[in-house]
Design a protein around this ligand. Structure first.
Ligand code: PMP
Length: 355
């Protein structure tokens, strides 16, 4: 820290991203990326005309991509906001909808960035414990006078909150924005996008990073009432109007055009998840019922910290959070069947070696 940093950031604990080793020697199951490459249409589009136009600024409104997404999700282009990864939207939402008097609430065990944004903007954050079975209790989020943020399915548990519970939360907070972060929705969950036609306080956040194999391109989108999208645009145009680069916009358009390819990949990933869950349970693991592209698992035979470290030594990278209430667990991204075979083999070796 230099002596120039504003005092208000002195105690800020920044977000720690998952490990991104650059030598690619690991079976990488730690940051919920897709194991499948982008569609051929994406390659063709980026390598074609877009590269030759890099001297030009991108369309700050992302009109073409917004219209394509609007058509895909049955909304109007005015209901779509594009962002540099979905983190960008969460950042803008905390900036737009919270202040000293309007706090935020979210599950205590959830995506780690929510509390970082709250701290960054000096927002009162109520972190609500999960139930003993790691589910979210909708009643905890009703009539709380704060912006609500819920990842559905939740991360790192992978558990889904039923639609009627989500609707209860939205209905009981009419004067606050309710953010449903659907980063992992395409792997088996039920999206609540259709509820935006009914509720003007619902903000649905999605990303191209997971189901659409574009974590490296940084593209997220939000679907919400026209008013909420206008608010997000106010923040965007006051910070970084060109928040999505030209190559990413073009890649996003091609990805929406090849939606079937990605939804097929999601089905494959869901099938691999079910098989991996079953096989881990057969060797004594407790695995939560995930509808995401990762599973949250623990074993009585080996601690979470040892499993993470042991697998890393054997060339398999998983995510270990080490937080008190989940310190026995690791989060494992679902890769290809071949990658999961390696994970299972190395896990069995570790158990045989005595944990
Ligand atoms: N929401 C959740 C629940 C996540 O786990 C992540 C990233 N891992 C994000 C949002 C942000 O993803 P991105 O910025 O890549 O869209």
């Amino acid at each position: 820290m230099s002596r120039f940093l504003s005092a208000r950031f002195a105690g800020l604990e920044a977000y720690t991203p998952g490990e991104q080793p650059q030598d690619m020697q690991y079976v990488k199951l730690n940051t919920n990326e897709s194991p499948y490459p982008p569609s051929p249409e994406v390659f063709a589009r980026i390598n074609g005309d877009e590269i030759g136009k890099l001297q030009l600024y991108p369309d700050p409104e992302g009109k073409i991509l917004r219209q394509k997404l609007a058509d895909l999700y049955g909304v109007m282009a005015e209901n779509i906001f594009l962002s540099n990864g979905s983190d960008d939207i969460l950042n803008f939402a905390f900036m737009a909808f919270c202040d000293e008097t309007h706090g935020a609430m979210f599950p205590e065990i959830s995506y780690g960035f929510y509390s970082v944004y709250a701290d960054l903007y000096g927002v009162q954050a109520k972190q609500v414990p999960l139930q003993a079975d790691f589910t979210i209790s909708a009643a905890d989020y009703c009539k709380n006078e704060a912006m609500v943020v819920i990842a559905n399915p939740n991360a790192p548990t992978g558990l889904e909150l039923p639609q009627n519970d989500i609707e209860k939360i939205i209905q009981s907070n009419p004067n606050h924005v309710v953010i449903i972060d659907e980063a992992y929705i395409d792997f088996g969950g039920t999206s609540c996008v259709d509820l935006i036609h009914k509720y003007d306080n619902l903000l649905v956040v999605q990303t191209f990073s997971k189901s659409r194999s574009m974590a490296g391109a940084r593209l997220g989108f939000a679907i919400a009432s026209k008013g909420i999208i206008e608010d997000l645009n106010k923040i965007k145009y006051s910070t970084n109007p060109y928040n999505i680069n030209r190559i990413t916009l073009a890649a996003g358009e091609a990805a929406v055009d090849s939606n079937d390819y990605y939804m097929e990949n999601c089905k494959k990933i869901a099938a691999t998840r079910e098989r991996t869950t079953k096989e881990l349970r057969e060797i004594g693991f407790m695995v939560l019922d995930s509808v995401a592209n990762f599973i949250f698992a623990k074993s009585d035979a080996i601690s979470g910290a040892d499993l993470y470290a042991g697998l890393k030594k054997k060339g398999v990278l998983v995510r270990y959070f080490g937080k008190e209430k989940i310190k026995d667990f690791v989060r494992i991204t679902i890769g290809t069947d071949e990658q999961m075979d390696v994970l299972l083999e190395k896990t069995k070796e570790l158990l045989a070696e005595g944990g």
